[in-house]
Write a new protein. Structure first.
Length: 95
């Protein structure tokens, strides 16, 4: 059985490196998404179940102030219409 050349071994290692980097990137994106979902769940939980009305009011005010500029897509703004205090396109009254 012939031994692989150094070039072949390097090519295999490069392929393995690319595969591992892709896997690492996927893990990082998954972790980032999970963090965002959990943080969002905490914020929504505090808005709905907070025992501190002052904190809830300040959090609501902050969201109404910050979300409209943060959200760029109309569909995203529609998702948060209840938090930012605007009517979405689908909520307009018919004439």
């Amino acid at each position: 059985m012939a031994r692989k050349s150094i070039e072949q071994r390097l090519a295999e290692l490069e392929t393995k490196k690319k595969t591992l980097k892709a896997r690492l990137g996927k893990q990082e994106r998954t972790r980032d998404t999970r963090r965002k979902v959990l943080l969002g769940a905490l914020v929504l939980h505090r808005l709905e179940n907070a025992n501190d009305p002052e904190f809830t009011r300040r959090l609501s005010d902050w969201l109404r102030r910050e979300l409209p500029d943060f959200l760029t897509r109309e569909a995203d703004k529609d998702l948060f219409a209840d938090l930012i205090g605007v009517k979405s396109e689908g909520q307009n009254n018919p004439s």
